[in-house]
Write a protein that binds this ligand. Structure first.
Ligand SMILES: *Cc1c(COP(=O)(O)O)cnc(C)c1O
Length: 375
């Protein structure tokens, strides 16, 4: 039996020899950062690939989220989801903003539009939803609420690279969308991120903000940060773009393979593939329900014993962390669907180079089948 560790993801890398010409380019022209030629080319090609107008590259998604909130001058309270990676809410605290947690829709794991309005106060200025697992939020209803109440909408789109709804990029919604290119994501530049803006004026302000607020050599227009992506990471991004379609196709096949195996397995539920959506298959979350032979954590531990490292994305909830749990909106009674999701969900390994044998190995543990029987 194969006992090499199987992690929830394994980052995709471009062929090493493809990097050499880019390294030579950087070494020859000696432009290492500050919006060099590769940075510019990557922004252009990324906008083309994603089907959006304006992209600003960043050193990572967290700094991009923090900058997005600055760019829109968000203040006071921001409505957000407790069911996400901590960076979503952390970006609010780094801006001195008060997160207001609203429960998720139990079927989509996304902010429940039904519950947003009840959480709006005179201090509310924005909504920060997450397209959880790349599953698009109810962008139309969220926009309607934002319009009625005069709120900004910033999407944490860290999971939503390449996701389309009705043939159109999901990143074209809200005031801004923020992407992550971290090593664990569908599309990676090792570390990296980007903000998608709807117009050139907003992109310009964001580009000032990510470069200390410099508008030109002598004019600083805002207390900006250093969030720039350098030429080496831009080169990696350009190379990764050549392979991302194939990577997503391979992920789709793995997703399908899992689903076929788990059909009819009592107590295990797969996520519905969202309708009218070109998905990116970034995660393979399952719900471990009471009808299953093990609890979620027992399954997590049994997988781990066999060298399969699944992840409880997202557990614990952000609202249960020490810096958030004192907030009135963090009370468990306010967040029943998120609490249930955090206790039931398990993300299984999925990555483009995963083999049929890897999939079988994971499935055997879930199905409680002895591998020897099948060999
Ligand atoms: C990964 C992730 C982030 C943070 O991205 P970095 O690029 O690592 O800063 C933010 N939000 C969500 C939902 C994420 O999954």
């Amino acid at each position: 039996m194969n006992n090499k560790p199987l992690y929830v993801t394994q980052p995709s890398l471009p062929p090493l020899e493809d990097l050499q010409p880019y390294l030579e380019m950087i070494w020859n022209n000696k432009i290492l950062t500050n919006g060099g030629p590769l940075h510019q080319e990557f922004e252009t090609r990324l906008a083309e690939y994603l089907g959006v107008e304006h992209v600003s590259l960043f050193t990572n998604c967290t700094v991009a989220l923090i900058t997005a909130l600055q760019a829109l001058r968000v203040s006071g309270e921001v409505i957000t989801t407790p069911y996400s990676f901590v960076a979503t809410a952390h970006s609010l605290l780094w801006n001195g903003l008060q997160p207001v947690f609203v429960d998720i829709d139990p079927d989509t794991f996304n902010l429940d539009p039904e519950r947003i309005e009840a959480a709006i106060t005179p201090q509310t200025t924005a909504i920060m939803p997450v397209h959880c697992y790349g599953n698009p939020c109810d962008v139309d209803r969220i926009q309607k609420i934002a319009d009625v109440h005069g709120l900004k909408v910033i999407y944490d789109a860290a999971h939503a690279f390449g996701v389309k709804r009705n043939g159109e990029s999901i990143l074209r919604h809200g005031d801004l969308s923020v992407l992550s290119f971290h090593a664990t994501k569908v599309f990676n530049t090792f570390e990296g991120g980007a903000i998608v803006s709807p117009d050139a004026k907003t992109k310009r302000r964001i580009d000032f903000l990510k470069n200390f607020g410099f508008a030109d050599e002598v004019t600083v227009v805002a207390p900006g940060i250093n969030g720039k992506m350098d030429e080496l990471h831009a080169a990696i991004g350009l190379l990764q773009l050549n392979h991302v379609d194939e990577a997503i196709r391979k992920r789709r096949d793995i997703d399908m393979s899992y689903r076929v195996r788990f059909t009819g397995l009592p107590g295990i539920e797969c996520l519905d593939v969202p309708k009218n959506v070109e998905w990116n298959y970034s995660y393979f979350p399952i719900r471990v329900k009471p009808g299953y032979r093990l609890s979620r954590d027992e399954l997590y531990n049994e997988l781990k014993k066999q060298g399969v490292f699944s992840r409880r994305y997202f557990f614990p909830l952000i609202s249960d962390m020490s810096m958030y749990r004192g907030l009135p909106s963090a009370a468990m009674a306010n967040l029943p669907a998120a609490t249930m999701a955090a206790n039931e969900i398990l993300c299984l390994p999925i990555f483009p180079d995963m083999t049929e044998a890897d999939i079988e190995r994971v499935s055997h543990v879930l199905m409680n089948e002895a591998t020897t029987v099948l060999e």
